[in-house]
Each structure stands twice: as structure tokens, then as C-alpha cells.
Design a protein around this ligand. Structure first.
Ligand code: NG6
Ligand code: CA
Length: 518
């Protein structure tokens, strides 16, 4: 096999060395312990925010963070769906290295094992109080399907480093449709216990399939499933029974989780805190509060973006009222790219008009094409960042090492090798960022600043249900990302040396571990 020297080919294409001055000025912030707020949107695409070019919806609160921070145009989640992206973000290890990191059921066991080192554990050691609020989707409890939803669910967020948690166990469209506060169902009436099954319904309980007349709020899209237990006039994936007093109302999820995030900020304003705020917006079922309905002409999907922006504004307001806004690092990003119809007849398709959730990119959620993982990424850190737009190549995999560097964590910490300190890029000082990022959907992709390679894959090229180009082809795909044609012209045949080089780089990464047990 011909081995190509990695530094030589990468240096030719871009010049990866970071200027010493950039390193130094980033280092000057290392001895600080700013509060850290990570706003992790769900399914918000590159083109869904007005600071990224959306015109059919306005997101003034997000735009203000972008205008006074760094707005990244080449940032990536580690996967094109939620669970693996969250795994990569919080562990600093690429999710494709582990089995069992795919989209988790609502009764999945905790995916990040308590013996793993995580971002919140690292920050706790650095003196932070930590919280996870909102969408979780990383499993809970020891054994899949064997949780007792009426007791204390463990292991969970606390065991992987979060002092406080107020979460939805999985997704809005999966049972159980209840909030868990510090790993107990909120508002549970002991005389009406909760049962959950992903295998079969409970006798006598209505389902969306058999009782469509009970679907008063949203009906599932044909052939998308989502027609099992009915909660709040919306049918879901999975079966649940009981817990009536504890069930959420979709229209107030944003209010509920935002209020808990705000309370956490108020309680902890005197000491450094880390808040992981996973919004339910704009995942399905989209059913925003009535005060947001009709705010756009795009129906629930557009209105859910407005609701997301409202949540961001509330977090900012809470930080300001607590007097800590100026000393807080805010990172705002999304877990994967956009999807229009992801399972419910919410008129998202009919009312999309000329809005482009995927921005200028091909694909979307679930896709190996860019829009699967190229996501909005904004860093707001008053007085510390060089404001503006950045084309630095970023990956969420670097949260771990970058926050470790920022908070001055000691160098001997067991931070996974996948995660690299990109503080100079995150602060807008280094314009280049990573040498390459690896993305994962049906197959792996490797992206440098100039090229993207997609591994051959026998999967279907198109998801008819969600109307997504999945990017799967049985041959090597190479795209010149500098060209306007981007992922439309496969130039693998004309650039066999680059194909060989990127394949080799990917093979080297895979040789460090792939498909390992959790
Ligand atoms: C899919 C669901 C989709 C959504 C997704 C997870 C079907 C047909 N589709 O399996 O609706 O829930 O899982 O989305 O069941 S994610 O953003 O949390 O990864
Ligand atoms: Ca998602």
C-alpha cells in the first residue's frame, strides 16, 4: 500500500499550523472559570436561523448572540441523528466507535456508562456545578426495558456528571411522555403508576392506529409509525400506561424546560456552573404554545423555531438578571440537520414555501451529505472572542478538550483522543480550525476544508418518507467543497490520489476502534 504523508498533503492544501500568536492569546483565558451554557437545539438546520440566512423566520435572540460572538459556517455534529451526536458531544469519543449509540428508544438503558469520563465530570472536577435540562435521549437505568418508572431511575445524568437534571427521557415522539427531575418522574401519583413497553400495548389502552378519533392535536404522517400510545391528543412511538398527572403537554414543553434552566441559573449565579440545555424544539411532534402559533407563515415548524428563539432569549435574560451574562460562555448549536416531515401531519411540507432548512447544502437529517451534520454553531463570550463570521472547520467532538483547555483542567486528564482543543478557533482567533472532521450517518465521511469523501455504501440513496437524499452510493464519492457544485459533482475518478489519501486517513481513524462494546 502506498502511504502518503499526511502533513505534506494537508499542508499543501491549506497550511494547518496555527500561528503562535493565536495560541498565546487563547492561552491567556485559560485560568478562568466562566459559566458555560450549551444550548443544544434539536433538528435545527443550517438554514433555519435568520443569522444563517433564513428570511421566512426571524430569530432575533439567536442573531444577537451571533452578532456579538462568532458565527461558524463550517461546524459539524458528529452524526446526523440525536443520540450519537449527544454521545460524541458529552464523551469526546466519536459515536461510531461504539455499538449501541444509534437513536435510542424511550426505554433504552443509559448509553454513557458511569465509568466513562465525560464533559460534566471534567467540569465538576474543575469546580463547576452542572445541570442537564431538556431533551436527554441517552437512555436511563441499567437494563433496557426494565426500568421502574415509579422509582428512582439510576444510573442516569447524575452518574455521568450532572449534579441536577430536569429531562425528557428520550424524544418528544417517544414514550414515556413525562419529565424526570433528578431521575424521578415529576408529579407522579403513586396510585396511578407508569408502565412502559416498546414491545406491546397494554390491554385496553387506545393507540393512534386504532383510535384516530382521539388524535385531537396531531396525526401521524402515513407510513411513519408514530401511531402507538396517545398522549395529549398525539400518538407516539412506544406504549405507556398510567402516570396521568405526570404527562407533559407538548405546547408547554418549551416553557417547562426553559423555566427549569432559568431556575438553575438563578440558584447557581454565585459559583461557576455548566448548563446543558437540550431543547425539544424543533423535533417532532411540533406543537408550539399558542402564543407562538401563527408567528410565521410556515406552520408549526416555523413557529417552533420562533419558540426556540424565545427560549434562547429567556436564558440570556436570566443570565443578565443574575449579573453573569458578561462572564458566561454560551455555545449554541444543533444535534443534527433538518427534516421537514419527520412523522406528523403538521403542514411543515405544505407551508415550507421557499425556506431552505438545509441552507445551501445537500441532504438533511439522516444524510451523509453535508446538511446531515453541518449545523449552526455560535460562540458568545463577551470580551474573549473576536466577533464575526468564521469558516474554521469545527466539530462538536472538540467540546471536551476545548472546555478542558478553557477551564485550565490539567493535561493528564483522560480526555479521549478524538477530542482536540480548538479554543483558538472557537474564540474566532484561528481561522482554520481542524484538519478534518469525521461524520457518521449510514456510512462515514471525512471532510477537510477543501474536500469531502464518503465511503461506499449499499444503503438506499433516498428516504422517501422524510424526502431526504441520504448520500448513499456503492462507490467512492469525493466532492470538491470549494466548488459551487459542492456535493453535486462526484470527482472521485479525476482525483484518485485525494481519494486514496482520505480513505487512508479514515482507515487510520477506524483502526483506533470501531464498533466496540459500550
Ligand atoms: C426516527 C423517527 C423520527 C425521529 C428520529 C429520532 C420513525 C419513522 N422516525 O426513527 O420521527 O424520532 O427517529 O430523531 O420512527 S432524533 O433527532 O432524536 O435523532
Ligand atoms: Ca435531533
Amino acid at each position: 500500500m502506498i502511504r502518503i504523508s499526511i502533513p505534506s498533503i494537508l499542508t499543501i492544501s491549506a497550511g494547518f499550523a496555527l500561528p503562535a500568536t493565536a495560541q498565546n492569546s487563547a492561552c491567556e483565558t485559560l485560568n478562568e472559570k466562566p459559566n458555560i451554557v450549551l444550548i443544544y437545539a434539536d433538528d435545527i438546520g443550517y438554514g433555519d436561523l435568520s443569522c444563517y440566512g433564513a428570511e421566512r423566520v426571524q430569530t432575533p435572540h439567536v442573531d444577537a448572540l451571533a452578532a456579538n460572538g462568532v458565527c461558524f459556517r463550517n461546524a459539524h455534529s458528529t452524526a446526523a441523528t440525536s443520540t450519537p451526536s449527544r454521545y460524541g458531544l458529552l464523551t469526546g469519543e466519536y459515536p461510531w466507535r461504539r455499538k449501541g449509540t444509534q437513536v435510542a428508544a424511550g426505554d433504552a438503558a443509559l448509553i454513557i456508562k458511569p465509568n466513562r469520563y465525560t464533559v460534566p465530570k471534567m467540569l465538576k472536577e474543575a469546580g463547576y456545578t452542572t445541570a442537564a435540562v431538556g431533551k436527554w435521549h441517552l437512555g436511563i437505568g441499567e437494563i433496557t426495558g426494565e426500568q421502574d418508572w415509579n422509582g428512582h431511575l439510576t444510573p442516569g445524568p447524575r452518574e455521568i456528571g450532572f449534579d441536577y437534571s430536569y429531562i425528557m427521557a428520550a424524544t418528544g415522539d417517544r414514550v414515556p411522555c413525562v419529565y424526570l427531575e433528578n431521575q424521578r418522574v415529576v408529579n407522579l401519583d403513586p396510585t396511578d403508576p407508569i408502565s412502559v413497553s416498546y414491545l406491546k400495548n397494554f390491554p385496553g389502552e387506545p393507540t393512534g392506529k386504532d383510535n384516530p378519533e382521539l388524535l385531537t392535536k396531531l396525526k401521524p404522517s402515513p407510513n411513519h409509525g408514530h401511531d402507538q400510545s396517545i398522549v395529549n391528543g398525539i400518538s407516539r412511538i412506544g406504549y405507556m400506561k398510567g402516570g396521568r398527572a405526570a404527562l407533559w403537554e407538548d405546547e408547554s414543553i418549551a416553557d417547562s424546560i426553559t423555566a427549569h434552566a432559568v431556575q438553575f441559573i438563578e440558584r447557581n449565579k454565585e459559583k461557576p456552573f455548566f448548563l446543558y440545555f437540550g431543547t425539544n424544539d424543533i423535533h417532532v411532534p411540533r406543537f408550539p404554545h399558542e402564543r407562538f402559533r401563527g408567528k410565521t407563515e410556515m406552520g408549526h415548524r416555523g413557529d417552533a423555531i420562533v419558540q426556540f428563539d424565545w427560549s434562547v432569549g429567556e436564558i440570556v435574560r436570566a443570565l443578565k438578571e443574575a449579573g453573569v451574562f458578561e462572564s458566561t460562555l454560551i455555545i449554541l448549536t444543533s444535534d443534527n440537520g433538518p427534516v421537514v416531515d419527520d412523522g406528523y401531519m403538521d403542514e411543515a411540507v405544505e407551508k415550507l414555501m421557499d425556506h431552505k432548512p438545509w441552507g445551501p447544502f445537500r441532504g438533511g437529517k439522516y444524510s451523509t451529505f453535508e446538511a446531515g451534520t453541518r449545523i449552526p454553531f455560535i460562540v458568545h463570550f463577551p470580551g474573549k472572542v473576536k466577533n464575526g463570521v468564521s469558516d474554521a472547520l469545527l466539530s462538536q467532538i472538540d467540546l471536551f478538550a476545548t472546555l478542558a483547555a478553557l477551564t485550565g483542567a490539567n493535561e493528564n486528564l483522560p480526555i479521549p483522543e478524538d477530542s482536540r482543543n480548538q479554543l483558538p478557533a472557537w474564540l474566532g482567533i484561528d481561522p482554520l480550525g481542524r484538519e478534518y472532521v469525521i461524520g457518521a450517518a449510514s456510512s462515514l465521511t471525512i471532510l477537510t476544508r477543501d474536500w469531502k469523501y464518503i465511503e461506499p455504501n449499499n444503503g438506499r440513496p433516498y428516504n422517501k418518507l422524510t424526502n431526504t437524499e441520504l448520500g448513499n452510493r456503492p462507490v467512492d464519492q469525493l466532492y470538491d467543497m470549494r466548488s459551487d457544485r459542492g456535493e453535486y459533482d462526484n470527482v472521485a475518478e479525476q482525483n484518485s490520489l485525494m481519494v486514496r489519501f482520505l480513505k487512508q486517513l479514515l482507515e487510520e481513524e477506524k483502526s483506533k476502534g470501531i464498533g466496540l462494546e459500550l
